[in-house]
Unconditional design. Structure first.
Length: 641
């Protein structure tokens, strides 16, 4: 087919082979291709949605068999990303055994899936069919250096693609317009149409483009975050769309709307989704995987402006998009006030944290209102627990999605967002408001959300996050408004590689010999227990968890401090200007943080409720106070709000 050949010549133009053969991607593609020669399959690409790093062997290919009881493994097998690995290995080594295996696998699949029936239903989900169509097109491009296929073989492939695209159209559901499924279905569908325009009716092509455009318009918040709230699935949507754009530009074919512009909006925040250690920010149903290559691909395609650090991206983009390194400066702080996602990233210091207080999104969302993750020195200390599996009603998945599994607050052991199996919820908490402040000294985020207790009464929680930049100290002030007597538990899930030890009234968290410290003003229990985390799908690790238990009547306010150095915390007495009586912490709460290394002091004052009786001017240690949030260092005093 001439289109494929023309594409291939541009794709490998010049010294493509020399540029990519020494990359990590090339080495790993050859490694996986050699496994596939022996019918051994593993799924360890960063964007493998249901990864499995354990290699499994087939004596005889069975496209409906799962070796680990998880049907998601069958879905991964039938997406057939390994076809690209085989042909990449062929071009890098010149060995035709990889082509022979490619032909064996694709025609074996066609033989066993010439029609859709009850026995092969797991090979025909619409999302997997769309991904498979995209992978077939990409691998056919790589197969076009020579005439490796007979006319009869070409005919078989086209007949199967016709069956697959017909299936996508017939099985498309309106709800997929608001789902990553819909994008992954239609990008595969439209990729086939580009190379085989006679295969799909014009009216169906028009429907696909119009629906695809609507998907991209409706699925992303104004601040750039995908509505499903999963960084992994945001990348899936952007990458599949970017590959479609790339195909059209290689063949110089027009797209009926400005696809690049829409993808640039969707990719505007991916810089913040990559942590300083190059790992994806694993929130909700996501994995902590190396995302650097995917970001480089999008940068080369002029969809993002992020840094390119190697030639690995050329294996995907080819030579049309060979580019010099981009040196774009990004602000350190991303404030996603619409989606409820906040991220701070300092690549020089290695400081990285996130905070979530947004709408739940799809069933890929977790019960994580008010959750934060935290890293220093370019490594994770406090993390999201992960997802582990999609197996129906897995108790592990249920826990990992739950409030108790996250770095959040649970009142009376009754979650405001209650998980009901792998994909459902009984009730949801409600994010109410978010605001933030950022300057050269401080980064501050305040989130407010509500829930219903076991008495059906509504309560209010405020979490105030204060980052003191100079000393890299991080303060969390938690406020709970809930009439009556109650208990609460706050959880801090540690990364599996963090070593935990007691330190005076707090704890020392050490990773790779780099310690940080955590302290609290709570008068209740401050202790540890065993937790679990799943950094990548199908992987589970033990990990320590710090928790704080306490009781309160009507109102509670406490502070937790994370710091690079040991500190001491002291709650401050505050009086009204016209009184000697100590004011209620509801009206003004103060803490002093004393750095044990430098003896420097910093005072924080937070007023949750306005003053009804008496003077509204407060005093503490001779300092006049008015405002919602005041920070007093040894150098100055700032009224933030």
């Amino acid at each position: 087919m001439q289109k494929f050949k023309n594409y291939f010549l541009k794709y490998t133009n010049g010294n493509w082979n020399d540029l990519v053969k020494t990359t990590q991607t090339a080495t790993h593609s050859i490694y996986k291709a050699n496994l596939i020669l022996n019918n051994i399959f593993m799924f360890d690409d960063a964007l493998d949605m249901e990864a499995c790093y354990i290699p499994y062997h087939f004596k005889v290919m069975d496209w409906s068999y799962t070796p680990n009881t998880d049907v998601e493994w069958v879905f991964m097998l039938n997406r057939q990303g390994f076809l690209i690995d085989l042909l990449t290995a062929y071009h890098l080594t010149g060995e035709t055994k990889y082509i022979n295996k490619w032909k064996y696998l694709i025609f074996d699949w066609i033989e066993h899936n010439s029609e859709i029936n009850d026995e092969n239903e797991t090979a025909w989900r619409p999302i997997d069919t769309g991904i498979r169509c995209s992978n077939w097109i990409r691998s056919l491009i790589l197969l076009s250096d020579k005439n490796h296929l007979t006319d009869k073989e070409w005919e078989k492939i086209q007949q199967s693609l016709k069956l697959q695209t017909d299936s996508i159209k017939e099985r498309y559901l309106s709800k997929h317009t608001l789902s990553n499924w819909g994008v992954l279905e239609l990008t595969g569908y439209l990729s086939v149409n580009l190379f085989f325009p006679e295969m799909i009716l014009d009216e169906n092509v028009q429907w696909a483009w119009a629906t695809f455009e609507e998907q991209l318009d409706i699925q992303f918040y104004r601040d750039g975050f995908h509505w499903e709230q999963s960084p992994l699935y945001q990348f899936e949507v952007i990458m599949s769309s970017a590959i479609l754009l790339m195909h059209h530009e290689y063949l110089q074919k027009e797209i009926p709307f400005n696809l690049r512009e829409k993808l640039q909006h969707a990719a505007s925040i991916i810089y913040y989704m990559e942590q300083p250690n190059k790992k994806l920010l694993a929130l909700h149903d996501s994995d902590s995987v190396d995302i650097d290559k995917a970001i480089a691909i999008l940068s080369a395609l002029d969809i993002s402006n992020t840094k390119i650090t190697s030639n690995d991206y050329l294996i995907t983009t080819g030579m049309n998009y060979q580019t010099e390194d981009k040196k774009t400066d990004f602000p350190k702080f991303y404030a996603g006030e619409v989606s409820g996602n906040y991220i701070y990233k300092d690549t020089i210091k290695g400081t990285y944290y996130s905070l979530f207080n947004g709408r739940h999104g799809s069933s890929h969302g977790h019960a994580s209102l008010g959750q934060f993750t935290f890293g220093l020195y370019g490594q994770d200390y406090i993390v999201d627990p992960g997802r582990f599996t999609y197996v129906h009603d897995s108790p592990i998945r249920t826990y990992l999605k739950s409030q108790s599994g996250h770095n959040s607050i649970v009142l009376d052991q009754y979650p405001h967002t209650a998980v009901d199996g792998s994909w459902s919820y009984k009730n949801l908490g409600e994010p109410l408001s978010n605001k933030s402040y950022d300057d050269e000294d401080y980064n501050i985020i305040e989130v407010v959300y509500s829930g219903k207790g076991n008495n059906n009464q509504i309560y209010l929680i405020k979490r105030l996050f204060i980052h003191i930049k100079k000393e890299e100290t991080f303060v969390v002030i938690d406020v709970i408004d809930y009439p009556g007597a109650h208990t609460f538990q706050k959880n801090y899930q540690l990364d599996a590689d963090v070593f935990l030890s007691k330190d005076a009234e707090g704890y020392c968290l050490t990773k790779n010999k780099l310690p940080i410290y955590i302290y609290t003003t709570s008068k209740g229990v401050f202790s540890t227990k065993q937790g679990i985390v799943s950094p990548i799908y199908n992987q589970l690790r033990n990990a320590e968890k710090i928790y704080s238990d306490n009781t309160f009547l009507d109102f509670s306010i406490e502070a937790t401090v994370l710091s690079k150095t040991r500190v001491k915390l002291q709650e401050k007495e505050i009086v009204q200007d016209d009184s000697v009586s100590v004011v209620s912490p509801e009206n003004m709460y103060g803490i002093e943080i004393i750095n044990e290394e430098t003896s420097s002091k910093l005072m924080l004052y937070y007023s949750d409720k306005d003053t009804v009786k008496g003077n509204k001017l407060f005093r503490s240690d001779g300092i006049n106070l008015y405002g919602k949030l005041i920070i007093k260092s040894e150098q100055n005093k700032k009224v933030i709000w």
